[in-house]
Design a protein around this ligand. Structure first.
Ligand code: CO
Ligand code: ZN
Length: 333
């Protein structure tokens, strides 16, 4: 999984511009798919049909989002300095000193207007990107160009650090599960969604098209295991998290129980998750059409939405294992 995760996290695909990453995912999943299509919003839908008979085959949608947070050019001044706004949850405190790569290959560094006090964190409207231009004319980016954080993948023992582990960690787990499933009585749709970071847009339309009975998002979740962090119980290295609640969704209790029972039976470590900030594609799937039984399998992650997000390799492996075990057997509810 590590080489693929490196490739995925070093690819640039801010919301709405997922082409580069979709190509990589498509190549990986092709040998394991019965059907592949790309919908109008750009989500990659990989269909794996039932291989065995069961009394109660379920149509299940799995979703991991391909897009990452980024920036968009909003203004270029006469000296070639670029003003920008956020695409998704970009925080000022993580943006200072960042390097940005635009989709046309241009790179730049983030600077800021003079501060009232030396300890201030300027708002994004007081920041600019210096792309090495000297005038509006020779500026290599234009209004509406998209960029994302530039940062390489790195391993610190079992801890993996990269930009866009939200949600390339979920993407790699979903690919791994697809590859590992030998047989299944269920009708499975592995969906690599778009525009999650701007409001779970791709997952909602994909779910409308697929009309699943059960939906599960695979995404990262925040932890409470760093100094003076939010009081949350999730920790790195303690196993995949079974989402019970986040501010956008209450997981279906049947889905929670299904995950917990499967983990216990297969002796896979797991954690129960109550997340205090953020939500996932599962929210959009749950409230599609007449409603869907939904839940989420979350990967604990530190420093979410920074350019150095951190996950634990064992958690990735155990997440893929849990998902594989769940999807390989008949669903009991
Ligand atoms: Co995110
Ligand atoms: Zn995410």
């Amino acid at each position: 999984m590590k080489p693929l995760l490196k490739t995925l996290t070093e690819t640039f695909a801010p919301s709405g511009y997922e082409d580069a990453i979709r190509k990589i995912v498509q190549k990986e999943v092709k040998p394991f798919a019965d059907e592949i299509r790309v919908d109008a919003m750009g989500s990659l839908i990989v269909h794996k049909k039932p291989t065995t008979k069961s009394k109660n085959p379920r149509r299940i949608m799995l979703a991991a989002h391909m897009d990452e947070i980024g920036v968009i050019v909003s203004h270029v001044d006469k000296n070639g300095f670029v003003r920008f706004t956020n695409v998704g949850g970009v925080f000022g405190r993580y943006t200072l000193g960042a390097r940005i790569r635009f989709l046309n290959g241009t790179t730049g560094v983030v600077g800021f207007d003079k501060l009232e006090s030396v300890n201030d964190i300027p708002s994004m409207s007081k920041m600019y990107i210096d792309v090495g231009a000297t005038s509006r004319k020779n500026c290599p980016v234009q209004i509406g160009d998209f960029g994302a954080f530039e940062r390489s993948y790195m391993e610190m023992g079992n801890r993996l650090v990269a930009k866009s582990l939200d949600d390339r960690a979920g993407v790699v787990v979903l690919i791994e599960a697809l590859k590992a499933i030998k047989s299944t009585p269920n009708d499975l749709y592995f969906v690599f969604t778009t525009q999650e970071e701007v409001g779970t847009r791709g997952a909602g339309t994909a779910a409308y098209g697929i009309d699943p009975e059960i939906g599960i998002a695979i995404d990262v979740t925040g932890t409470g295991d760093t100094p003076a962090s939010l009081k949350m119980s999730m920790e790195l290295g303690k196993g995949p998290c079974v989402k019970v609640r986040d501010p956008g969704m209450l997981s279906d209790p049947r889905v929670v129980e299904w995950m917990v029972n499967t983990a216990e039976k297969a002796k896979i470590p797991y954690q129960r998750e109550v997340l205090l900030v953020g939500s996932t594609d599962a929210r959009a799937i749950q409230i599609t059409r007449a409603g869907v039984m939904a839940g989420a399998l979350s990967i604990p992650c530190r420093y979410i939405h920074s350019a150095s997000e951190m996950v634990d390799y064992e958690d990735l492996k155990n997440s893929a294992k849990l998902l594989t075990a769940m999807l390989s057997k008949p669903v009991s509810f």
